[in-house]
Design a protein around this ligand. Sequence first.
Ligand code: EPZ
Length: 444
Amino acid sequence: MAEAANTIKSLNGSALLEKFVIKGGKPLHGSVRISGAKNAAVAILPAVLLAQSPCVIENLPEISDVNCILKVMEALGAKVKMLSPSSVEIDPTNINSFVVTKEMAEGMRASSYFLGALLGRLNRARVAPPGGCDFGVRPIDQHIKGFEALGATVSIENSMVDARAQKLSGSSIYLDVVSVGATINIMLAAARVRGLTIIENAAREPHIVDLANFLNSMGANIMGAGTSIIKIRGVEQLHGTTYSIIPDQIEAGTYMVAAAATLGDVMVENVTPKHLESIIAKLVETGAEVEEFDEAVHVKMTKRPKKCNVKTLPHPGFPTDMQPQMAVLLTIAEGTSLVREGVWDSRFRYVEQLKFMGAKIEVDGKLAVVNGVEKLKGAPVKAVDLRAGAAMIIAGLVAEGITEVTEIGHIDRGYEHIAEKFRALGADICRVETDNVKAAIKNA
Ligand code: EPZ
């Protein structure tokens, strides 16, 4: 509680100047506690803007994306009070702006959720186009299609997405692609709109269900979240509530894969095993022993992993956000594995970095052919995006010798205390200032 001052911490700036130094080769042992889900938090926080009275959000992950969103909410006029490092009270009563500038939401994909939340609250939103990880083209045409179906006019002016409406009303929207972001944004915009909104071909990720549960706990009437048809019967007002975010499926999967890749033995605690089924299935194919408990998963690997093929798909398929971490495990597997990316156009930028460590991977469009090698060798590598960064850490833990991972600001966007959590499992990993910074400080 000592840290629970009424402040929002800034993590991004410093992390750009730091790197992780990892001495690999130690199997991970022990237990790790998983934090609240990033991708649920970044939807639920903007959703608070729809309430007429304060909300308390618990089990928030301590990550820079959350800090960034809380700062945007303050700038829009919300009162934000940290109650502990993982819980926050937000009073959205006096929202007085509908503008989220590029500077306010720099590098954050979830800034687009302010479009749906502000449109739903004020019938007006002007938001800088989302940034975030670079996977090639990241369109928002399905979000816009949804807002327009509800009666909004959407335009792009001075590089800002501008959505406005005299009055929104319920409508049927068929999504041409299964989009997490569009499903969430339409739920946000429609929760307080008169009439029935139906989203067909909706995304089914656990964080969509979590957002629906949160909105319903504020008095919304949303049915079908977790299936491909979501029905939203608009209500006039939403009230404040206290809500605890679900555990992070991808953070859990990251530690599970790290345990298997290092030939370790780890209890991953505070998880929802049902959300981890596709990850468990693939780990078992590689030879890992996985045991499920009510709120924990035990992962043990005693021999070199076996090859396995992976194809990423929307939930309940294998999550694209676990693709780079799983690929690292396969770099040291016996045999040749095929990894197909089925969600994003371009999610293999990290492969070049793994090759510096001795991995044998060839990429052809959305397919990576991974020829397992006996060992990876430590090397200087970059975190090219959030999950790629986590994959580089796993590679460093597996490799012989020293690995240095730079550009770790990406990792801090989505993983709470990652070095501390891996150290508690016996890993040799520390966060240090980069040489450039040390030199600048020395010369100052
Ligand atoms: C969410 O991104 C996640 N981000 C991503 O996780 C995740 O990779 C992705 O869903 C898929 O699971 C958050 O939840 C904040 P999408 P989102 O809309 O919503 C196409 C992480 O590492 N598409 O489901 O932006 C799009 O190009 C991040 O935590 C359209 O064509 O993804 C992609 O091919 C990275 N038009 C596919 O749909 C649209 O209007 C899925 O994208 C929207 C999307």
